[in-house]
Design a protein around this ligand. Structure first.
Ligand code: ADP
Ligand code: F6P
Length: 321
């Protein structure tokens, strides 16, 4: 394969730049020409495709966000628009595509491959850690550390005022960020969308903690559980503590990528290029039990997610009492 294109798509995640850099450098090392696509599929069908040289990737490894920019592009679900994108790629002789994003982005790439014959490889880039076929996604570790920093700060003020603070974290429909943040941040309560979350249980737990002299409660709430203000209102009816809610929001998506995310991104990107250099495609790259693995790209929506989040929840539940 002579020419490949790289794009980032869907929500950005710290470490995407390290993946872009590694993919570009490794491809050049293997004698391939590399193109960048700006603004994900949105830019692909508007012909925002450019030759990516060394200057573009220089100095991006430690920057959050994505130097290629990203976007959501609903039109890409329509084959008519995918044909326009395919034409833009073919005109430049591009045969292989590395897409860094979530399973929605993989679906777009898979359709482009089936309809127009490109070799595609998906790299898991999202803070949510919600992609089947990989234990961790690029951006999850950095995001987790951002949340932990916030928890430490919130605990200071929660203790001074003897308050209960509900901390809403991202994750879309997944509770991974909340569970890991609870375990690593010493959280005192946890609500995740994978399980029923009776508010009475949480209220009981808070009252019990206060009966044993604890001065604060930090409760991690995954955004997929529901509206935090409704949860706050329900909790307030059942506890005697003052309750506050904090939505961490998009601050979780930014920041200098952690070393772990940069290494993960680099390893996964190197594998993606190895696949394309062998004229193969139709796969996603992941990390499982510390090893870089490949799965059919459709595994991301047809496979079964490892339910280790439930096991970790049980641990967090015991430790939060
Ligand atoms: P993520 O990649 O993080 O899951 P999205 O679900 O928003 O994020 O998908 C990113 C982009 O991928 C969408 O804006 C769209 O351009 C493309 N995409 C998502 N789902 C499909 C689909 N079923 N068919 C074609 N393209 C899709
Ligand atoms: O998928 C990443 C993510 O940050 C989710 O955690 C969150 O639900 C969503 O994207 C937010 O999307 P937007 O940036 O469009 O508000």
């Amino acid at each position: 394969m002579k020419r490949i294109a790289i794009l980032t798509s869907g929500g950005d995640a710290p470490g995407m730049n390290a993946a872009i850099r590694a993919a570009a450098k490794m491809a050049q090392y293997k004698g391939m020409e590399v193109y960048g696509v700006r603004r994900g599929y949105h830019g692909m069908l508007r012909d925002e495709i450019f030759p990516m040289d060394g200057r573009f990737i220089s100095g991006i490894i430690d920057r959050g966000g994505t130097a290629l920019l990203t976007a959501r592009c609903p039109e890409f679900k329509d084959p008519k628009f995918r044909a326009i994108a395919a034409e833009n790629l073919k005109r430049r002789g591009i045969e292989g595509i590395v897409v860094i994003g979530g399973d929605g982005s993989y679906r777009g790439a898979d359709l482009l491959s089936k309809e127009h014959g490109f070799k595609v490889v998906g790299l898991p880039g999202t803070i949510d850690n919600d992609i089947i076929g990989t234990d961790f996604t690029i951006g999850f570790d950095t995001c987790l550390n951002t949340i932990l920093d916030a928890i430490s700060k919130l605990r200071d003020t929660a203790t001074s005022h003897e308050r209960t603070i509900l901390v809403e974290v991202m994750g879309r429909r997944a509770g991974d960020l909340a569970v890991h943040a609870c375990l690593a941040g010493g959280g005192d309560g946890l609500l995740i969308p994978e399980l029923e979350n009776p508010i009475e249980m949480l209220a009981y737990q808070i009252q019990e903690r206060r009966n044993t002299g604890r001065l604060h409660d930090i409760v991690l709430v995954a955004e997929g559980v529901g509206n935090i203000l409704d949860i706050e209102a329900e909790l307030k009816k059942r506890v005697s503590t003052e309750v506050r809610s904090v939505v961490l929001g998009h601050v979780q998506r930014g920041g200098t990528p952690s070393g772990r995310d940069r290494v993960l991104a680099t390893r996964l990107a190197a594998k993606a290029i190895e696949v394309l250099a062998n004229d193969e495609g139709g796969v996603m790259i992941g990390i499982e039990d510390g090893q870089v693995v490949t799965h059919e790209i459709s595994y991301a929506w047809e496979g079964t997610k490892k339910q280790d989040v439930i096991e970790l929840y049980r641990m967090a539940d015991i430790l939060s009492r």
